[in-house]
Write a protein that binds this ligand. Structure first.
Ligand SMILES: [Fe+2]
Length: 297
């Protein structure tokens, strides 16, 4: 038997696809998704960093999301210490973001630019950010398991700039079985067959994916042919995009002093457009690669 050669192809966004219009409506800023259901953000004593991290860990293990409210935001060094209690912070090495980095791992997310097509600048611009898992382009060992956010300052509710989250389970539930089967055999070009867009790990599904919008997505599929061809793979990818923008989306109701943690293995996220350039929105983000055992689901 000869070894099967993988199939290569490119997915390009069709401007007429239903999700393209829905994405603009959902993330464009005029509409705010509802807050996370049952969002509990208990008040917490910022001085007891062990207790703070333990509480976040318990919430994370249960729900994949966690939040606490502090009287005042933590100093950046204290934020790093809390992150270290949750796992191993990932250094921010990208040259484009260095002006926004503190302590090597804290990224300051503030709107510093107007709307831009440059992807590297978009976290610091007023653009909306399409739905994604963090680090989908990175090799598996550099993908964060957790994202820790701290809100230092926020705008009025109607101002856009909302962090939005959606559960992978809700997305996968919208995929027909045969298309999910294709996505389990499809990865970004250059990836191993063991690192697909949709993986089953420990009995639950995990997506590693970013909606690239206008940028073509080069893929490789290891499904057996002639059962599957490039049209089938592109159909599966389009259906995945449709599912992303059809699944229930919620925003994180930040106030200054909210610490929020998201399990990047259970939730996707994005950001609605910041509605005015003089926004005071200031979030800090620490990526955490290897969570401590207590915070793993
Ligand atoms: Fe992100």
């Amino acid at each position: 038997m000869t070894a099967m050669r993988p199939l290569d192809g490119v997915y390009r966004q069709d401007a007429a696809a239903g999700y393209v219009a829905r994405r603009a409506r959902i993330l464009g800023g005029e509409w705010t998704p509802p807050p996370i259901e049952g969002f509990a953000s208990p008040r917490c004593n910022a001085r007891d960093e062990d207790a703070l991290a333990r509480l976040l860990g318990v919430m994370l293990a249960a729900d994949g999301l966690a939040a606490v409210t502090l009287g005042d935001p933590l100093e950046s060094a204290a934020l790093v210490r809390v992150a270290e209690r949750l796992g191993r912070p990932v250094p921010e090495r990208s040259p484009e973001v260095q002006a926004f980095v503190e302590h090597g791992v804290v990224l300051n997310l503030r709107p510093a630019f107007d709307e831009t097509a440059e992807v590297e600048r978009q976290p610091f611009a007023t653009n909306f950010i399409s739905l994604h898992t963090e680090g989908s382009m990175a090799p598996p060992d550099r993908r964060p398991a957790l994202l820790l956010f701290q809100c230092r300052e926020t705008d009025a509710d109607a101002s856009g700039g909302k962090t939005v989250v959606l559960s992978m389970a809700d997305v996968v539930a919208r995929l027909p079985f045969e298309l999910a089967a294709i996505l389990r055999r499809t990865g970004y070009r250059g990836r191993a067959a063991s690192d697909p867009i949709l993986a089953e790990i420990g009995g639950s599904f995990r997506l590693t994916f970013r909606d690239f919008m206008y940028t073509p997505l080069e893929w490789t599929c290891w499904a057996s042919r002639p059962n599957v061809d490039a049209t089938d793979v592109n159909h599966a990818l389009r259906t995945l995009h449709e599912a992303l923008y059809a699944a229930p989306l919620h925003h994180v109701p930040y106030t200054a002093g909210t610490l929020f943690v998201l399990d990047n293995r259970r939730f996707l996220h994005g950001r609605t457009r910041i509605m005015y350039p003089d926004s005071r929105r200031h979030l800090q983000r620490v990526r955490i690669a290897v969570p401590n055992a207590a915070v793993s689901a």
